[in-house]
Design a protein. Structure first.
Length: 568
């Protein structure tokens, strides 16, 4: 088990210097223990402190020499000191020997146990060298990384490849489906997958056409073409991906779903959810990258404004009721739900989820994969949960009246229920439930909070530039006169080596509507979504457009991007 790095001196140092509150530190320590990682790594991961802030503070406090790992040649480390078991256990890295001293890179100079272990292993006196945690993590991945271009990712079944049945419509691919000389395909596919991970893609699209074959990555919500292999390799590429996904490679007439676990290093693996679809020119394959680190983000890093975040946290703290997250596919609903579940995931609570499919594994949460063919639906899973003494229930999606009724009953009988719907706004979610057939009084008494959301690309902080926009145009875009009078400096994308077309990463834009007596009364009186929205705005709710424009005033994103993801 890796060291959790919960050293009293380092913990109290953050408090004494005023960098963290006691509540923030307690939460970071809990997350550190839960994910079995160092306190420093946890603080950097959930972005309570930057790696540089921690390194500078430790240098100032302990006087440990500080080194920039980017300037150090990792390949020059002598193999005799690379004890990978100790490196993996302590998340420290031996760098070089000088005399009878072995210098160890660490982001936590109080981790004496690590120095003692390396000292015993090498027979040399071990001394700490302070480095930034994010740079150390990359260096550790490099040292521990296995040969991901080799065949050990998913041993290719040559007999299975050779056994692809060739029908009349497949004769053009006959020579390419016999499994011969597939080593280049293995290496090529592995390179595509690792490139997608390193570029931060969320999805990969493998698309066959009559005269071309293209591969696209979805990066920051936008598809980009990255490769165009020869079209006559279509069958081999599909076969390789299906073998890795443990799918039936002889079946090309119906869609299939599978999963790949790709080991990037001894300590890190990435899951891919794979979906195949027969088209007239071959099988289109789409892969969704499932990175569990996205579920470990702190709620304060998702893009909620302070008042929105406090409302979400307040409703998560309630013992019963329903929280609904809405938005189109790819709007970040899963991350919002998983972040809430991480807050709730303590030893005192019994949490069960029904998902289709289970995208990210959460330790301590009982996750159920919906299987319609076997009769395991959202409704039947939810019904079973209620016989298992639950405290918190998460339903992946409310699709029908039966599921809605059981979820509402659970929310009314002492359970906290989290779920999603596919609607465009918070107000429309309530009318959608009514249209499903749920009585208004049940909705008013069970729903606590509704979050509608979108994902907008973040402007690159290295190259964004001010954009001159006339006042009358700003008013047309939706800015208030008060905002304009206070001074607005919109920024536009430019593009540089650090980003993609002027954007890097994404941020959530939210509409958070808390159920109130007035909104409940509007529902009971049969009000429509416009009336509900009007009442919510009277209470101070910002709709998606307002929240997006606020992000523009903060310099986080551009007007063009807000126009893309929200309506006027």
């Amino acid at each position: 088990m890796p060291s959790t790095g919960l050293h009293l001196g380092l913990s109290t140092l953050f408090i004494r210097k005023g960098l963290l509150s006691e509540e923030q530190l307690a939460e970071a320590i809990a997350q550190s223990r839960k994910h079995k990682q160092s306190l420093v790594r946890t603080l950097v991961t959930i972005q309570l402190l930057s790696a540089r802030e921690v390194a500078d503070l430790c240098y100032e406090e302990y006087g440990t020499p500080l080194l920039d790992l980017n300037e150090f040649d990792i390949s020059a480390i002598p193999d005799e000191y690379l004890n990978k078991k100790l490196i993996e256990k302590h998340k420290c890295l031996p760098l070089f020997k000088r005399g009878n001293r072995l210098y160890i890179a660490t982001s936590d100079p109080t981790n004496i146990a690590a120095l003692e272990d390396f000292q015993f292993s090498a027979g040399l006196h071990a001394e700490a060298i302070l480095v930034e945690d994010d740079k150390l993590t990359k260096a550790l991945e490099t040292v521990l990384e296995e040969d991901i271009t080799a065949l050990d990712l998913s041993a290719i079944d040559e007999e299975a490849l050779a056994g692809i049945e060739v029908t009349d419509t497949d004769k053009r691919d006959e020579e390419l489906s016999d499994g011969k000389d597939d080593a280049p395909i293995v290496i090529y596919i592995n390179k595509i997958l690792t490139d997608a991970i390193r570029k931060g893609a969320s999805d990969l699209h493998f698309e066959p056409y009559e005269k071309r074959y293209r591969i696209r990555f979805r990066i920051d919500g936008i598809l980009q073409e990255v490769s165009e292999p020869p079209v006559n390799l279509s069958a081999r590429i599909s076969a390789r991906l299906k073998v890795m996904s443990k799918l039936d490679i002889a079946e090309r007439r119906v869609p299939q779903d599978g999963r790949i676990k790709m080991k990037m290093s001894r300590t890190k693996s990435i899951d891919f959810r794979v979906s195949t679809l027969p088209t007239i020119w071959g099988e289109k394959i789409v892969m969704r990258i499932l990175d569990s680190s996205s579920a470990q983000l702190g709620i304060e890093k998702l893009g909620y404004e302070d008042d929105q975040r406090l409302m979400y946290e307040e409703m998560l703290a309630k013992p019963q009721g329903m929280i609904l997250v809405t938005g189109p596919t790819g709007s970040g609903k899963t991350v919002s739900l998983y972040t809430g579940l991480n807050i709730l995931n303590t030893a005192e609570r019994n949490i069960s989820t029904a998902e289709d499919p289970v995208e990210i594994n959460l330790e301590g949460v009982n996750q159920v994969h919906i299987n319609l063919k076997a009769g395991l639906t959202f409704a039947s899973a939810l019904r079973s949960f209620l016989r298992q003494d639950p405290d918190v229930v998460m339903v992946g999606e409310i699709r029908d009246l039966e599921t809605a009724e059981i979820a509402i009953k659970a929310a009314q009988t002492g359970h906290l229920v989290l779920s999603t719907l596919h609607t465009n706004s918070a107000a429309e979610t309530l009318t959608r439930l009514i249209n499903m057939g749920v009585p208004g009084y049940n909705i008013a008494s069970s729903v606590n909070l509704i979050i509608a959301q979108r994902l907008s690309r973040r402007l690159c902080q290295h190259c964004k530039a001010p954009e001159e926009i006339p006042t009358d145009e700003l008013l047309k875009l939706g800015f208030s006169q008060t905002q304009i009078d206070a001074g607005i400096t919109p920024y536009k994308p430019v593009g540089c080596e650090h980003c993609t077309a002027g954007y890097k990463g994404r941020v959530g834009i939210y509409e958070v509507m808390k159920m109130s007596d007035e909104i409940a009364r509007t529902i009971m009186e049969g009000g429509n979504s416009l009336q509900i929205l009007k009442q919510a705005k009277v209470q101070g709710m910002r709709d998606l457009r307002d929240s997006g424009l606020l992000k523009v005033t903060q310099g986080v994103t551009s007007i063009a991007e807000i126009n893309r993801v929200t309506s006027f």
